[in-house]
Ligand binder design. Structure first.
Ligand SMILES: [Zn+2]
Length: 86
């Protein structure tokens, strides 16, 4: 039995988890969408804005970050289980 090996092993595994949390921190570009703006005539970063709350989901509009032109819409549908009633 060499008890000195145990703390050493723990330090190694702690060092291994550090880059993992760093990677998770950079994973925040989920909503960073670029859409084509007809006014700017190029793909632009957009701002997502909640427009309407509908029974089937929330309706969002995407606005050009530069000229605020509406470049797209999207409905985030509520996920509901598919049920077939016979
Ligand atoms: Zn624009």
């Amino acid at each position: 039995m060499t008890p000195n090996n145990l703390p050493r092993f723990n330090r190694l595994s702690a060092a291994n988890t550090t880059p993992k949390t760093k990677q998770a921190g950079t994973y925040k570009e989920f909503d960073a969408t670029e859409l084509y703006c007809p006014r700017c005539k190029r793909p632009v970063p957009v701002r997502k804005r909640l427009l309407l709350v509908l029974p089937e989901g929330d309706k969002y509009i995407y606005l050009c970050a530069f000229c605020l032109e509406t470049v797209g819409t999207k409905i985030d549908r509520y996920v509901k289980p598919v049920s077939v009633i016979i």
